[in-house]
Design a protein around this ligand. Structure first.
Ligand code: APR
Ligand code: ZN
Length: 235
């Protein structure tokens, strides 16, 4: 992926649209038939004749310049996500800072899962300096509450979730750097959009067991990050 310009990346996922529909681009809210309303850095030089594209899988249409601007606003990993339906093109990655993910089985059962043991995941991320993919590059970030311990039932579905979480970790999607909604602290490591259970025998925070829908919710959240079971069967 390295060496491709943002415009080249975006174009890979687009089909040409000769006659734009009489609709607005939902990125810039201007007519698709007219020019992009987005005049961000590095999006110039695209001729009017090829200014609208259709995303190849979901079919949503945008100004090419708007998609390039959106891509430039993200972490430029070669992937693109449709802002309307969230379809992911390429492999989505995040901006989780360096750290460690470990897991092991402990011989105790979680509330609601009396018939199996428990998987404990331990995440450890040290504080550091923000990179170009973070909100304030060059500025330090804090890392509170690490190591963070999380729990899954050691059932078939729990082991599937673990397998997909390991993929999410490799793709830097478990944590992010930003403002904690719990503490209000800025420039700190925060959970990304995949929920974890951090309480073992209690449920004081709401992030504990029992919670019969938890595994299905997590599978749905992982799917929204582009990680699903069927993607790994053939690999
Ligand atoms: N355990 C698990 N998930 C949590 C927790 C928690 N104690 N608190 C919040 N979350 C979820 C939220 O529901 C939200 O979806 O994490 C997401 C981001 O919330 P933030 O408060 O921004 O995340 P963060 O600051 O990382 O979490 C706060 O979680 O694990 C603990 O030690 C951590 O006390 C800290 C707390
Ligand atoms: Zn779409």
């Amino acid at each position: 992926r390295k060496g491709r310009t943002p415009e080249e990346v975006v174009r890979r996922y687009l089909q040409k649209v000769r006659y734009p529909p009489e609709e607005d681009c939902t990125i810039c809210m201007e007519a698709l038939a007219g020019p992009s309303g987005y005049k961000g850095p590095g999006v110039g030089g695209i001729s009017r004749a090829e200014s609208v594209g259709r995303l190849s899988q979901c079919g949503h249409q945008y100004h090419l310049q708007c998609l390039v601007a959106m891509y430039n606003n993200g972490n430029k990993d070669g992937s693109l996500q449709c802002p309307t339906c969230k379809t992911i093109y390429g492999v989505k990655t995040g901006n989780q800072p360096p750290g460690k993910m470990e897991y092991h089985v402990i011989p105790h059962s979680l509330p609601g899962h009396p018939d199996c043991k428990t998987i404990r995941i331990i995440y450890n991320i040290p504080p550091g300096i923000q990179g170009p993919e973070h909100p304030n590059p060059g500025k330090p970030f804090t890392a509170r509450g690490f190591p963070r311990h999380c729990y899954l039932p050691d059932s078939e579905k729990g082991r599937l979730v673990l397998k997909l979480l390991l993929v999410a970790w490799d793709r830097r999607l478990i944590f992010s750097v930003g403002t904690s909604s719990t503490t209000g602290e800025t420039d700190t490591v925060i959970w990304n959009e995949v929920h974890h259970k951090t309480e073992f025998g209690s449920n004081l925070t709401g992030h504990g067991y029992p919670d019969s829908g938890h595994l299905d919710n997590v599978l749905e959240e992982l799917r929204a990050q582009g990680i699903a079971e069927e993607d790994f069967i053939s690999q």
